[in-house]
Ligand binder design. Sequence first.
Ligand code: ADP
Ligand code: ASP
Ligand code: MG
Length: 477
Amino acid sequence: MALIVPKFGGTSVGSAAAMQQVARIVQDMQKNGDQVVVVTSAMGKSPDPNDQIKVTDLLINSARSAAAGGDDYVRARHALALKHHNIIRSIVTDLADRDAISREVEALLAGFEALCGSLRVLGEITPRALDALSGLGERIAARILAGVFRSMGIAAESIDATEIVVTNDNFGTAMPLMTQTRDKTRARLLPLLAKGVVPVVTGFIGATEKGVPTTLGRGGSDYSASIVAAAVDADEVHNYTDVDGVLSTDPRIAPDAHTIEVLTAQEMAELSFYGATVLHPLTIAPLVKQRIPLRVKNTFNPAHPGTIIAYDRATGSANKQGAIKAVTAIDKVSMVTVSGSGLRGVAGIAGRTFTAVARTNTSVFMISQASAEQNICFVVPQASSERVREELSREFSREIANGEVDAVHADDEAAIVTAVGIGISETPGVSGQVFTKLGERGINILAIAQGSSECGISLLVRGSASKNAVRAIHELT
Ligand code: ADP
Ligand code: ASP
Ligand code: MG
């Protein structure tokens, strides 16, 4: 008997049929004698072309628009009510259960409308208010999914992660406080498991020690599942999504992308950090210490083994593919350059540069320093580039006035393309093959960085060349 934490993403719970499929997957685990803790995202797109609502996106867009004076939230409330009540009506069979869930969903949606109304009056939105609103989709989905489970004979109870996942108050990208989270999660979930009840836990959200709701960041339900799994000492995490595991690249860019059988934790971290949206970049972190295996699988093709994330380097490299296993891209980044003859040999320029960047709360994706120390280049999200440029211009105002530093420059039309595979640093000639592939397609490389973790090589290219560069490197996987 194993304790498994399956996490279901937005499309996996996006329609009545999808939720029933999720219930069948859980039934199969139970038939196998396994105990199950489910983590769910908010409902995403349904296969029905008339229902393409992604609940979290709609909540966030409505809240932002309300703060800017819009009233789209009124229409959004109706659309959300329709989407969720349709499911409840069609697949929650017990009438009393159906009524109870409908009332709770109505109360949550009424709260959404009221809060958006206040934002409209205030004319602004704080990260704290946005977290309270954006997590509503998971609260609704968990209630409905638990109802669907009960209708299909699975004892289940929905749980708001605000009760069990304790986080800091970094609203929008909160981090878990693992000691408190472990205690609360065990106290709440283990008695349910002992009674044979499946807890259906909301992904994405948590709460501060004082109980104020937070979110873990977009795509954060993956991270939630790992946090809960570590807290209950699970044997496995199964991350169910809408493709057959982690693929060699984004299938929307290269439809011939194939499933990678085995990835090391390091490779997975590199891939998700550099743009593969299939897993939140922090998903692996809570699992590493206990070495809890993570599988990425397809809800709609559960017989496919998907991808397994291995902690042991030898297992991770033991597949037949070449040195490059996958390629990924981050679009809309900006290259910032601090340059000038005065930089040469002056101690502390790099330190001052990155301290100034840190003051703007920006994460740096990639750094490269040209030989003669005449310039420092680094890459930041496009949305932060102006803030970073201004801060650096202030930091170096004296040097700019003396002519020791040229003006700080930000180039806004770039993308980072990253090839990932632990073999890259061990196999001679891989970088050469990458450059040749790009050269053949006339793609210019603006900067190179090898190996934050020696299992990837990152290249900066023009934004317009991003997809082409991914396809070219993908030919090497
Ligand atoms: P979920 O709602 O299940 O969490 P996401 O949309 O967050 O699903 O992530 C799955 C999607 O990630 C896939 O449908 C695919 O389009 C995209 N994707 C991007 N890169 C990759 C990759 N390397 N492997 C698999 N999927 C990828
Ligand atoms: N629903 C949240 C989002 O869309 C979390 C998730 O899906 O992982 O970002
Ligand atoms: Mg996701």
